[in-house]
Design a protein around this ligand. Sequence first.
Ligand code: GDP
Ligand code: MG
Length: 439
Amino acid sequence: MGHVDHGKTSLLDRIRGSSVVSTEEGAITQHIGATLVPIDAITRMGGALSKVSVNVPGLLFIDTPGHHAFTTLRARGGALADMAIVVVDINEGFRPQTIEALQILRNYKTPFVIAANKVDRIPGWRVQQNQPFLKTFAQQNERVQGMLETKVYELVGKLSDLGFNSERFDRVSDFARNICIVPTSAITGEGLPDILIVLIGLAQRYMTESLKVSAEGPGVGTVLEVKEERGLGMTLDLILYDGNLKVGDEIVVAGNDQIIETKVRSLLKPRPMSEILIEERFERVKSVTAAAGIKVAAPKLDGVIAGSPLRVVRGGNREEVIERVRHEVQDIEVNLSDVGVIIRADTIGALEALSKELEGHQIQVMRATVGPVTRHDVLEAGTIRDPLYSAIVAFNTPVLPDAVDALTDTATSHVSIFEGGVIYQLLDDYVEWREEKKQ
Ligand code: GDP
Ligand code: MG
């Protein structure tokens, strides 16, 4: 995760590219929204330093396309990802979405590593293709070394402001106490072996006990995106994190205002070399096992919300599965108060991230729902007893025209709507408004 253009996709492409040449089986496979890299390919890329045994078969790297897509990365009310890589352009430093990513990781207590990317853009940098960081660092002149150190310490300072202890990775001895900052270049491959080693370190530290992925049993996943595809109709891009999923399986997902039951018509994988013809972009498969990214085509998928859980019904437990999905979707509404702001977001994960941040600032929430801001929201906000809570906070979701119209009624003229695409900026705007109102 990280700010747009800081190099998330490039870094993943580079890992995929290098790993293809470094593994005999060439078993790196591209998935929908994700890439599966076997652990032996990772250790090989990591070089001699990484002769450690890790009890996991591999890592499924999930790219987060839209700038807020990672807010949908949730599962069972927690984080979908076991670990994260936060990519930051070392020349630009932290940007709003970097900070937002870090706040979400903190809320979920997800271990992560920082890729201080684009080191090759530091003026005067001498490229040493694919070299580990310390090797390439030793080849740089003192001025360039000094500049890199300064930039890394700027990141350490920013992380400290956010309550994280961090250090350049080669100075970290305890992964549990310090966040590793790894200088990298997605273009030249410098520092790539190091980031993989650090990931393995984190995996060893955090994953071996907690990893309970099973290929058996009914599939469970999280909907990353809901997309219309030519020739296929509405489809779901799904990260399957447990069990298996087959063509013909009955599945349960959450829609905007109801639970949807449907049947898998087809399961689609991206072709290794993405072909130009749209119809040939995907390969049909009969079944898929966790962990994997897969495109699901089925009837009745209109209105499915990104971030929704998806569960397979198998063996007559239909009612139970429906209840579970309903519960998982409503999980985030647990901390509602009688008096509080109304919040709206485009996805369940985004709504959850927003409500957690508000909670962290002792701001109460009266209602939390996915979808655009409606006239009804404005009318409801108008009846809230405490004027400091007569507000609607809308993250990444539009305000409907009749909701805007409603703001001019006398009964609701004191209501304010806060809109935006960065959670903590929305929060700042609301807090500022509140402070002004208090005076
Ligand atoms: P994303 O939005 O975070 O996925 O960023 P992209 O991976 O799409 O990268 C944005 C731009 O930065 C592209 O033009 C990349 O070629 C470029 N870029 C990414 N990483 C590096 C890097 O390490 N060095 C240089 N010089 N350019 C990079
Ligand atoms: Mg990208």
